[in-house]
Design a binder for this molecule. Structure first.
Ligand SMILES: [Zn+2]
Ligand SMILES: [Zn+2]
Length: 324
């Protein structure tokens, strides 16, 4: 009887521990994560350029642009977007290079795309460093060479954190209305902490901030009286605020967003005594891939290519190789 119990117990323990042990041996990453070319990266923080392999550069970009906790397929979509962006800059492929610095790309999100070095990532991730680095490196290596094309040309792979329910047409934000950057409905970013957010100011605070905008001609005293009575003059096709009427002045929604530091131009407001309270939907310009939406789609079974084709219309995924 005792032998039977021991045998059963042994078997149960085997069932528990064998998968755990096997799971802890991850397949080693390839030496070279992507197309075998070197990239000259200007590090903003250190004011110097370093040469690194494309794959290593892309890991640092994806790590800087998307939370490492996101779903594998969302990280893969971000990796393909990052590679597409890099492709348009890389001099080896006839790209423009970073126009501000003497390099292919720089680490500033304002100029090129954000990039963190391994040292920066160790500081940010702490004890999660190995797990997260491996996860993102997998997203890069499993999409090696993939870029997004429209009519066989690499696209401008714009993205933002959270659209708030509908992405925006590129023409509403910039001069150029690109066929693959049209707004789509997105019900997948509702888990974003910035899906709805409020921000409040006293009327005096808001008036001072708006008056500081170079394009604003009304003085603070006038704004204190007119701001509480402002109205929406024009909305974009996706309901974001394109223009406001403040007193007799027409003022751009993107300008108000910028001076008040609002999450997006998709906002409403209400007055409460001497306070003005804004409620925003989403975070960012709203054009292209919604990152929280990409994560939501991935959790619903969408693969990397499906996610990219959802947010960039009429595109194909193409594989590039190192130039001969
Ligand atoms: Zn740059
Ligand atoms: Zn979204």
């Amino acid at each position: 009887m005792r032998t039977v119990i021991f045998a059963v117990l042994f078997f149960v323990l085997l069932l528990i521990f064998v998968p755990l042990i096997i799971g802890s041996f991850k397949t080693p990453l390839p030496n070279n994560l992507d197309v075998d070319i070197m990239v000259k990266v200007w590090l903003e923080a250190e004011s110097r350029a370093v040469n690194m392999r494309l794959g290593d550069y892309l890991v640092g970009v994806v790590a800087a642009e998307m939370p490492a906790s996101f779903n594998h397929e969302a990280l893969r979509a971000q990796a393909v977007a990052a590679r597409t962006y890099a492709y348009r800059r890389l001099k080896l492929y006839g790209g423009s290079g970073c126009q501000k610095n003497n390099a292919d790309v720089c680490s500033s999100f304002r100029c090129c795309q954000a990039f963190y070095t391994k040292e920066e990532l160790k500081k940010r991730w702490g004890s999660k460093y190995n797990e997260y680095y491996y996860k993102i490196a997998k997203a890069v290596s499993s999409t090696a060479g993939w870029i997004i094309v429209h009519n066989n040309l690499p696209i401008d792979p714009l993205f933002h954190s959270t659209c708030g329910g509908h992405t925006e047409n590129s023409g509403e934000v910039w001069q150029k209305d690109l066929p693959y950057l049209q707004g789509v409905e997105c019900e997948y970013c509702q888990n974003s902490p910035k899906y709805y957010q409020t921000k409040q100011f006293t009327v005096s605070q808001a008036a001072a901030l708006v008056a500081a905008d170079q394009s604003m001609v009304l003085p603070v005293a006038n704004l204190k009286a007119t701001l509480p009575r402002m109205s929406v003059n024009k909305r974009t096709a996706t309901n974001r605020v394109a223009e406001l009427k403040i007193g007799s002045i027409v003022y751009k929604g993107v300008n108000l967003r910028s001076v008040l530091g609002l999450n997006s131009t998709w906002f409403t407001w209400k007055l409460d005594g001497d306070k003005i309270i804004f409620t925003t939907r989403g975070y960012g310009h709203g054009v292209g891939m919604c990152q929280y939406g990409a994560n939501g789609l991935a959790q619903n079974g969408y693969k990397c290519q499906d996610i990219l084709k959802y947010y960039y219309q009429g595109v194909e995924i193409k594989k590039i190789s190192a130039p001969k």
